[in-house]
Design a protein around this ligand. Structure first.
Ligand SMILES: Cc1cc2nc3c(=O)[nH]c(=O)nc-3n(C[C@H](O)[C@H](O)[C@H](O)COP(=O)(O)OP(=O)(O)OC[C@H]3O[C@@H](n4cnc5c(N)ncnc54)[C@H](O)[C@@H]3O)c2cc1C
Length: 484
């Protein structure tokens, strides 16, 4: 065996997973077919939960210290969720995908994990105890497990013959990184009478400190293939149609056509091979969710693979990757479909849709509606179905980043181990057999007893009467049978 885990694809999903496996103490090989990292950012919006995932590993502060980020406001179908401002310690931020990738790659390199570039996976064979991967450059790697983080057109997915049901993209629009002159309204989608629509997001600044923007531009002909190159002229015409002389294109940095494809792998686990990130789910990029979901996949899978490699995972633990993460992306696909309808993505100006959008816009003035949408988009509302999640309020949810004595819960999670908060110091007898994988802390824990998985999700809390019912079962489910 050359490596315990082979990750195919060094985008945000693969890089995040490599770090999770580093924290879990697993030998990992990370390959990418590209000779160099792409210099162009697809994603920019980073939601609260993805930031928390980085914070749990001590990576958020240094990532933000790179300086290339700004806080912004989440939106649903182009309706800014203004009432959610100040709701999270870690608010919605714009951090260009290339900044995140560059940062993670450097961090991994500092721990001697280097992306093996020019490695295009072309073959995959599974055996009882491992997987053989072959590459276009004649390299062969034997791995215990393989994770496909190779993006929307995943080779691994094709080689597995994995079902990928859903809808192919029917219509296209332009996503462009631009410098603009004038006062385009931020976030709000604006239509022109001749069938154009435009939405503008702040993307930070270029190295010279000049503001950059992401422009989403729909033209009157949405049937253009993704392969038709975008021209500067097309963008100027669209801007003029929507904004008149108010907004002018100063510079076009990069443009691509995006489609309203919506597909999700039927199964995320195929024996020893797992699908993650865009390899598992693709959708129209609305509301900053694709990269965020991929990061969530990586954080969910990393510690479980670690447990399998270190021989303490119950066999079903690896299956919970699919049962927990498939519903998350399924919900993203549905909210994206709803958003694209409300945003009139097809440009059909259907009066029924416009009426629904008007009604929806009035509903979003209600704080409860904004909070509900924010829970969904930010990832904070993701709740995994697990024993206890029906009747104990926090079980299945991300653990609140509470102060624990002089530290915070996220800081404790940096070890990559489970955390048992034991404020009254009464749980040692039950929990000590798992002390090689779960840290029990009583010191100053200003909270109810709680068991937190390495990915930061609560998997047990004491009942209202502080009973310890279910603790041993939760420890066994998530942390296996104690050794010896
Ligand atoms: C215009 C646009 C805007 C977006 N905005 C946002 C946003 O604001 N927020 C958000 O959350 N998401 C956004 N997204 C989505 C986000 O960019 C993707 O979800 C994200 O890149 C997926 O990451 P990934 O690591 O799973 O796959 P990718 O980023 O696609 O990385 C896959 C990697 O695998 C490599 N690879 C492919 N095939 C092979 C092979 N055979 N062998 C070896 N390596 C291979 C590729 O070279 C690549 O490096 C946006 C997307 C677009 C197009």
């Amino acid at each position: 065996m050359n490596t315990e885990v082979l990750i195919v694809g060094a985008g945000p999903t693969g890089l995040t997973l490599a770090n999770e496996l580093l924290v879990a103490g697993v030998s990992t090989t990370l390959v990418d077919k590209l000779a160099q990292r792409s210099p162009v950012s697809k994603a920019g919006g980073v939601q609260t939960r993805a930031q928390e995932a980085f914070d749990q590993r001590g990576l958020l502060e240094p990532l933000l210290a790179t300086g290339n980020h700004q806080t912004s406001t989440a939106h649903f179908a182009g309706i800014p969720l203004l009432l959610t401002r100040g709701r999270h310690r870690l608010p919605w931020r714009t951090i260009p995908q290339v900044v995140i990738e560059g940062f993670l790659e450097q961090h991994l390199a500092a721990h001697d994990i280097h992306v093996r570039r020019d490695h295009e996976l072309i073959g995959l064979t599974q055996h009882d105890d491992g997987v053989t991967a072959t590459f276009a450059n004649d390299v062969t790697i034997e791995a215990g497990y393989v994770v496909a983080a190779d993006g929307a057109h995943s080779t691994v997915r094709s080689l597995l013959g994995a079902e990928f049901p859903g809808r192919v993209g029917k219509s296209t629009a332009i996503a462009a990184d631009v410098r603009l002159d004038g006062d385009a309204p931020m976030l709000t989608r604006t239509w022109s009478e001749d069938g154009y629509s435009a939405q503008v997001f702040a993307l930070g600044t270029d190295p010279e400190g000049r503001p950059l923007h992401r422009l989403a531009l729909g033209g009157p002909d949405r049937s253009l293939s993704r392969d038709v190159p975008v021209t500067e002229d097309e963008i100027r015409v669209g801007l003029r149609s929507v904004f008149g002389e108010r907004v002018r294109l100063l510079e076009l940095r990069y443009a691509r056509r995006i489609t309203n494809v919506s597909r999700q792998a039927a199964q995320y686990r195929h024996g020893r091979v797992f699908l993650a990130g865009d390899a598992a789910h693709v959708h129209l990029p609305i509301g900053a969710q694709g990269m965020n979901t991929g990061i969530g996949d990586a954080v969910n899978l990393g510690w479980k693979l670690g447990a399998a490699v270190h021989n303490w995972a119950l066999e079903r633990l690896l299956d919970t990757y699919h049962t927990e993460r498939h519903p998350v992306a399924a919900a993203v696909l549905r909210n994206v479909e709803a958003q694209s309808l409300l945003m009139d993505w097809d440009g059909k100006h259907d009066p029924d849709v416009i009426a629904a959008k008007d009604l929806f816009a009035s509903l979003t003035q209600l704080p409860e509606v904004q909070f509900h949408l924010d829970d969904m988009l930010s990832g904070i509302g993701i709740r995994y179905a697990m024993p206890g999640s029906d009747d104990r309020p926090l079980v299945g949810l991300p653990a609140p980043d509470r102060n624990i004595g002089p530290t915070r819960l996220h800081e404790l999670l940096r070890s990559g181990r489970g955390i048992l908060l034991d404020p009254s110091d009464k749980l040692a007898e039950i929990a000590d057999p798992w002390s090689d994988r779960v840290d029990r802390t009583g010191v100053g824990a200003d909270t109810d007893p709680m068991l937190v998985r390495p990915d930061g999700y609560v998997c047990w809390t004491a009942g209202g009467d502080h009973s310890t019912d279910g603790l041993a079962a939760a420890l066994t489910s998530w942390f296996g049978i104690p050794h010896g």
